[in-house]
Design a protein around this ligand. Sequence first.
Ligand code: BGC
Length: 720
Amino acid sequence: MNPPKDITAERAEPAAVNPDERARATEERMTDDERFSLLVSVMGASDLIAERDGRIPEGTPMSAGYVPGVPRLGVPALLMSDASLGVTNPGYREGDTATALPAGIALGASFNPALARESGGLVGREARSRGLNVMLAGGINLARDPRNGRNFEYISEDPLLSAALVAESIGGIQAEGVISTIKHFTLNCNETNRHWLDAVIDPAAHRESDLLAFEIAIERAQPGSVMTAYNKINGEYAGANSELLKGVLKGAWGYPGWVMSDWGATASWEFAVSGLDQDCGSQIDVLMWGAEAFGQPLRDAYANGGLSRERLSDMVRRILRSMYAVGVDRWGAAPGVDMARHHEIALESARQGIVLLKNDGALPLASDTTARIAVIGGHAQVGVPTGTGSSAVVPPGGYAEVTRIGGPSFMGATRNLYLLPSSPLAEITKLLPQAQIEFDPGMSPAEAALLARRSDVVIVFGIRVEGEGFDSADLSLPWGQDAVIEAVAAANPDTIVVLETGNPVAMPWRDDVKAIVEAWYPGQAGGQAIAEILTGAVNPSGRLPVTFPQDLAQTPRPDLASLAEPWGTPGTIEYREGAEVGYRWFAQQGEQPLYAFGHGLSYTRFDYSDLHVRGGDTITATFTITNTGDRQGADVPQVYLTGAPGGPRMRLLAFERVDLKPGESKRVIVTADPRLLARFDGQARQWRITAGTYQVALGSAADSLGPAAETVLRGALFGS
Ligand code: BGC
């Protein structure tokens, strides 16, 4: 899946030898006006902002953020675009479409860092060909709550899996000479009332969970910028949280890039003193807080000594440093963009991200079947849904359909059901040419049951609109779809359910259906990928990157008080699970989920054997995986820590995606990042490994562990 050489971006000049040196030299030659101009990013005219801001020169492509350059010093302007699932365009540039990738959670389900790299490269090339040089990508907030509206944009509930994939997608973007962010720093793990939520967490547990995901990804990929969250953390806004920005990010980790705010999240100029380097979406500051914080207020603070010259220089140098390190000042000719190949990447991502949750022998459907097949619901005759909010990408040819959903607050205006033009019904029809296929919209249980009853097999779709600004109230499917599925399953036992959701759902009909497929938001080739999985043209290989609970009572916060409050009501979320997120929480509580983290079925079988572990400073595990079935397929063996001195401790230490022919074996060797074996010692402000015996198990899911072994680790205090 490596891109052909000819479409990889070329640099006009070799990489800068020392970006810090260059940044210092450029900054020293700037006027104060030039310095301040780099600290504010304004939104372009779009569906949301009617008028072009006077600070954006005519002829500049509109985008989510514009920062003027300093031409006399060779400093280019910054043009920022959202890019979680591809290069977005919510009305900025007329007619401009881009490759719409599957959801981040689908990428998480692939457990495939190489695929993440490919997706990043795609985004980098499509950005660069449009002159956009900062991608607001790299969403890595851990899925702590299955109601969170934006879990689909992120990767998983696990710090290692999230970091491993996000690092590769950031690396893919930046290899094309385009800066990527990593976001949202940190604990923006719920959407409803996101501007007024205070995320309360034990600081050491924070280091072992969300912060660890950021730490590993930043180390591996060196993103040019870190975007702060909207919420507060332990009482302080993310953008003003000096403990996190100065203490952890820039201090302990030595992060050299710049910290940008989320759009309109800068309440005051004093955020600059706490570690924020750039105020973005500054027009929204005015709506939210009454003034552009880094405009006149910051200049006044500088004039009267509130902001030091040293800090002003530091803010500017950090921005310049990332420009030079990534090379946005050295672009040569724009890369050619092969949209057909990019479509293939979107298709391959969808294939690898779809998870087969349950299969009582109903799948795959034989390609020469002459059966009467009912396809029901989910707008399957039109296309596949994608998430709503800033990540929504307009695909080539435009959306198949946009239905306005709405809701309270100004976020309601941005909440839509977007359908991408890849119809599962059309693709199923193509792959099952001899079947007799009929479609029912799934509008009413009774009507859907009529078709189900006269069919041999039923494929029923369940979809949800999830996205920015809104959490789901519960785990049900909207618009009465659970009742439709129940009625269909009662009418025909050979029912297959295909879910297109951004989060786990409750599935009250689970025991009454033969097969369940979780396709997430599968992107612009999603209909094809779904049809290929259903018919066995592609062997399913996705594994759950999040735990599916049986109900909310099993999760750390059955009640989420902030959901009930009107927009603008301050609230607190106690992350009482600390670092025990997702499968770790279930292990600690002794609860059995509906489907566990790591779970996913295949049309072939795999066997794990010969597990050997070596200790010392960290754990290295070696094992053999064999495809014992009769089809080629990919599996994701997972190595878990299950016990440490002092008691049980569940933690994913390593994973590897392995593709095997029938009968083929592979010997796999993986080594754990020592931080996954350590606890963060809040007193010493270092990672501590306690000397002693550690237990490890090899499994196909967090609740399905096979061979086990133990080894001894030396005690250690390390990192910062
Ligand atoms: C989102 C960010 C996004 C920004 C710019 C905000 O509402 O939270 O993720 O990058 O808008 O569009």
